[in-house]
Design a protein around this ligand. Structure first.
Ligand code: F6P
Length: 341
């Protein structure tokens, strides 16, 4: 068979581990030819692809990013492309496609699949917000990076008796902030799922200092929102691809805390550092397993399906199930975290 593979949407540590695994399994077990499509669906639309032999994936397991490149495609252009799905596949000579990506990519993969292109999807995102899988690769790396940042901020905050407000990624869900906040022992954890009251946050910080504590760390997800009727704050507009933009909540909150308690309060925006660099061992293992199962899914003809981790096993689930809703932090997970704040 000739199997195309592409990475689409925001990058994430572990993408190269999936690509490597796909090539190894497809070439050595099935004698397939793997075609690497450049820059996600944009490369498919523009017919930019190259064969990936075993040599092409040597040494990429530990590398962050994606050797295939990634890009976002405007919705209208994607819809037009879907209408010509089979011709696009024929143009680069593939019988099936493995699409690795997050929510947007999975939606596109589903559309291409319904339009007759045989697609198997592999979920990725540092945000861990894809509902049909227990976890996505990339998340563990992002949490490790964010936790290390909190650890480092603690020592400098204590030296200077400061408050540090660390803004972490997560537009609609607070998984990175919840997990890094718990692992790093943050004193406040603010996530999109639970609108916060700025007064409560300021009082918590004030109370810490009044108990003789010398610093405070507040971890806030970029998409966290003040509760209605509290601090006024509006998130940004929309980007060129129609996605809502975020950013600014950390700086705004640090300013509010500084005014309230009359102590230095500094925002730290970790941003894309959470997405770059080498994946953790856990992410490499999950990515490698997903790659293996994606190739097997192609050979079983399980098109329109996605690899998913359920417990310790990898399952195939309909892509439609994965894009029906986002996986948000549930109340009980928040309750566990709250106990150690
Ligand atoms: O979805 C992954 C993610 O890293 C989000 O956490 C973040 O808000 C967004 O992508 C950033 O996207 P971009 O790379 O377009 O700035």
């Amino acid at each position: 068979m000739r199997i195309g593979v592409l990475t689409s949407g925001g990058d994430c540590p572990g993408l190269n581990a999936v690509i490597r695994s796909v090539v190894h399994r497809a070439v050595t077990e099935h004698d397939d030819t793997v075609i690497g499509v450049q820059d996600g669906f944009l490369g498919l639309i523009e017919g930019r692809a190259r064969p990936l032999a075993l040599d092409a994936v040597t040494g990429i397991l530990t590398r962050g990013g994606t050797v295939l490149g990634s890009a976002r495609v405007a919705r209208e252009r994607m819809r037009e492309a879907v209408a010509g799905a089979e011709q696009l596949a024929a143009a680069i000579g593939i019988d099936a496609l493995i699409a690795i990506g997050g929510e947007g990519t999975l939606t596109a993969a589903r559309m291409f699949s319904e339009a007759g292109l045989p697609v198997v999807a592999v979920p990725k995102t540092i945000d861990n917000d894809i509902d049909a899988t227990d976890v996505t690769f990339g998340h563990d790396t992002a949490v490790s990076v964010a936790t290390e940042a909190i650890d480092r901020l603690k020592t400098t905050a204590e030296s200077h008796q400061r408050v540090m407000v660390v803004e972490l990624m997560g537009r609609h869900t607070g998984w990175i902030t919840l997990h890094a906040g718990m692992a790093g022992g943050a004193h406040g954890i603010l996530i999109p799922e639970r609108p916060f009251d700025v007064e409560t946050v300021c009082c918590m910080v004030e109370e810490r200092f009044s108990r003789g504590k010398k610093f405070a760390i507040v971890a806030v997800a970029e998409g966290a929102q003040p509760a209605p009727g509290t601090m006024r704050f509006a998130h940004g507009g929309t980007d060129a691809f129609g996605h809502q933009t975020f950013g600014g909540i950390g700086s705004r909150l640090a300013g509010e805390i500084a005014q309230w308690i009359n102590k230095e309060s500094k925002p730290v925006i970790l941003g894309h550092i959470q997405r770059g660099g080498t994946p953790t061992a856990q992410d490499r293992v999950l990515a490698t397993r997903f790659g293996w199962h994606a190739v097997e899914a192609v050979h079983k003809g399980a098109y329109g399906h996605m690899t998913a981790l359920r417990g310790t096993e990898i399952h195939l689930v309909p892509i439609a199930e994965a894009v029906a809703q986002l996986k948000r932090v549930p109340e009980d997970r928040w309750t566990e975290a709250e106990a150690v704040l």
